[in-house]
Design a protein around this ligand. Structure first.
Ligand code: ATP
Ligand code: MG
Length: 472
C-alpha cells in the first residue's frame, strides 16, 4: 500500500524544521546583530557625551589633572569593556585607558571628518587596531570651541558573541517548538492517520468481495462515525450478497424440480414405459407442472417490476368494498368445492380509498387464495373493513392451519413456505406474500399478520382514504 499521505506529512515536518533553522541562522542572526549594534552605539554615545562634558572638559579648564581624568576613564572603560581615548584635534592621544592596545601615541592621518555626518564608524580606526572596532566619538567643547575628542572603541567580535549568545536561545526555542510539532505529529498519527489507514485497508478488502473485515475505530468523532458507517455498509453489502445467492439457489431449485419431472414423464411416454392408455394421467401432471412454471415466471416478473419502488403506480379513487366483493366472487367455484364460505363485514355502502386498484386487487386475491388454501373444508373466511383516522383497515381472517411462531417473520421472504403448508399446497411458489408486501410498501402503507398455529391467521393492511371519499 502506498504511504503517500504519511510521507507528505514527514516531508512537511522536515521542511518545517529546515526552514526554521534557516530563518534563525540568517534572518534572525542578521536582525539580532543590527539590534545589538544600534543599542551599543546609542549607549556608548551617551557615555562619550558624559565623559566629554563632565571629565575631559575639566582637564582643559585646568580643574583636574590628566592623571585624575585617566584614572576615571580607566574605571569606566573596564566597566564598559571598551577602550576610551582622549585625543586632541591633531590626533595625538592624550589619554588611553588601555595603553598596550595602541602602540602609537599619535593617530596617523587623523581626520574627524572621516566619520561623515555620523558619530560612529566601524573600522580598524586608522589602522590603530588589528580587528574591526565600533568607534563612537564626542567632541570636547570649551567656550564653543572644539578642543579634542572622547573616543570609545568596542570590539565588533564582542558584539558578535553577544549575538551568538542570543541566537543560542533562539535555537533552543526552535528545538522546543520542533519537539512540540513532533508530539503533534505522533498524536496525528494515532488519531487520524492510523484510523484512515485501517479504513483504506478495509475498503480494499470490500472491493475484493471480502466483507468480513471490520474497522476497529471507536473514537467519538467524525472518524469514528465514518468507521461505523463503513462497517454498517459492509454488513449490509454482505447480507445483500447472501440474499442474492439464496434467491438464485431458490429460483434454480423451483425451476429445476418441475422441469425434471416434465422431462422424466416425456421420456417415459416416448420410450413406451408409460403405456398408451395411461398417458392422459401423466400428460395432466405435465400440464400441472407447466402451469406452475408459468405462474413462477409470472410472479417473478411481477416482483421485478417493484424493484424500482413507487414506479408504474396508477393511483385512483375507488370503492374497496366493491373490489373485495369482486375478488370473493372469483373464488366462488373453489369455495363451493371446499365448502368454504366468505363473511364480509364492510363499513358503509361504499368505502373510497386512494390506491392502485389493480394492484390492491392482486393483494386481496393473494390473501384470499392463501386463506382458502390453508383452511379446512366447512370453515369461514372473514373479510372486514374499518375506517380510522383517514385510513381504511382491511383484514382477511381464516380459521386454518396457522403459521408457526418462528416462521412468522420469514413468510414475507421470496420463496418461503412453512413446513406445515408444504403438504397442503404443492402448487405454491412462496412468492405471493412477497408481492403483497412490495405492493403495500410501494403505497407507503403497512401490512401485519397475527397467527396462531392450528387456530387461524389474520392479515391486516391499511390504505389511505380518498380525500373526497366522505362526500361520495
Ligand atoms: P403462491 O402465493 O406463490 O401461490 P404460497 O401461497 O406458498 O405461494 P405465499 O403466499 O408467499 O406463498 O405464502 C408464503 C407461506 O406463508 C405459505 O407457503 C404458507 O406457509 C404461509 N401462509 C401464508 N398465508 C397463510 C395462511 N393464511 N395460513 C397459513 N399459512 C399461511
Ligand atoms: Mg400465496
Amino acid at each position: 500500500m502506498k504511504r503517500t499521505l504519511y510521507l507528505k506529512l514527514l516531508l512537511g515536518y522536515a521542511l518545517f524544521g529546515m526552514l526554521g533553522f534557516l530563518t534563525v541562522s540568517t534572518l534572525t542572526s542578521h536582525m539580532a546583530l543590527n539590534y545589538i549594534e544600534k543599542q551599543t552605539i546609542s549607549s556608548l554615545y551617551r557615555e562619550a557625551n558624559l565623559l566629554a562634558s563632565n571629565y575631559a572638559s575639566n582637564y582643559y579648564r585646568g580643574t583636574m589633572t590628566l592623571d585624575d581624568v585617566k584614572s576615571q576613564f580607566e574605571t569606566v572603560a573596564a566597566y564598559l569593556d571598551t577602550d576610551i581615548w582622549v585625543v586632541d584635534r591633531n590626533g595625538n592621544i592624550l589619554i588611553n585607558s588601555q595603553p598596550d592596545s595602541a602602540p602609537n601615541n599619535a593617530i596617523q592621518d587623523f581626520d574627524i571628518s572621516s566619520f561623515g555626518t555620523k558619530y560612529y564608524q566601524t573600522s580598524t580606526f586608522f589602522d590603530m587596531f588589528s580587528e574591526k572596532m565600533l568607534s563612537v566619538f564626542s567632541p570636547i567643547t570649551i567656550n564653543y570651541k572644539v578642543r579634542g575628542y572622547v573616543l570609545i572603541h568596542k570590539s565588533i567580535s564582542d558584539l558578535v558573541s553577544y549575538k551568538d549568545g542570543f541566537l543560542n536561545i533562539a535555537y533552543l526555542t526552535l528545538a522546543i517548538i520542533f519537539l512540540c510539532a513532533f508530539i503533534v505529529l505522533v498524536l496525528f498519527t494515532f488519531i487520524v492517520y492510523l484510523p484512515i489507514r485501517r479504513m483504506t485497508r478495509a475498503a480494499k478488502d470490500y472491493s475484493e468481495g471480502n466483507f468480513d473485515t471490520q474497522i476497529n475505530v471507536h473514537a467519538n468523532d467524525e472518524l469514528g462515525y465514518l468507521a461505523s458507517s463503513i462497517n454498517y455498509m459492509a454488513t449490509e453489502l454482505s447480507t445483500l450478497e447472501e440474499d442474492q445467492r439464496k434467491f438464485i439457489a431458490n429460483v434454480s431449485h423451483d425451476f429445476r424440480s418441475p422441469l425434471t419431472s416434465i422431462k422424466g414423464y416425456i421420456d417415459a411416454i416416448l420410450d413406451g414405459t408409460i403405456p398408451h392408455d395411461a398417458q392422459d394421467k401423466y400428460l395432466n401432471i405435465i400440464l400441472f407442472e407447466t402451469e406452475r412454471l408459468n405462474k413462477l415466471t409470472q410472479s417473478m416478473l411481477e416482483l421485478n417490476k417493484y424493484g424500482v419502488r413507487g414506479s408504474m403506480m396508477d393511483i385512483t379513487d375507488f370503492d374497496i368494498n366493491h373490489t373485495i366483493k369482486m375478488v370473493v366472487q372469483s373464488f366462488e367455484g373453489i369455495c363451493k368445492d371446499k365448502r368454504i364460505s366468505f363473511e364480509l363485514i364492510l363499513t358503509g355502502q361504499t368505502c373510497i380509498v386512494s390506491a392502485d386498484m389493480s394492484k390492491i386487487q392482486q393483494v386481496l386475491y393473494n390473501l384470499a387464495d392463501n386463506a382458502i388454501k390453508f383452511s379446512p373444508p366447512d370453515s369461514t373466511i372473514t373479510i372486514e373493513t374499518t375506517e380510522k383516522n383517514d385510513k381504511v383497515f382491511i383484514s382477511v381472517k381464516d380459521a386454518g392451519i396457522g403459521i408457526p411462531k418462528d416462521s412468522i417473520k420469514k413468510i414475507w421472504e421470496r420463496f418461503y413456505k412453512t413446513d406445515l403448508s408444504r403438504g397442503k399446497d404443492k402448487r405454491g411458489t412462496g412468492l405471493g406474500l412477497a408481492i403483497v408486501k412490495e405492493i403495500i410498501s410501494s403505497h407507503n402503507e403497512n401490512i401485519n399478520v397475527i397467527s396462531t398455529e392450528g387456530v387461524g391467521t389474520e392479515f391486516i393492511f391499511t390504505l389511505p382514504m380518498a380525500q373526497t371519499g366522505k362526500e361520495l
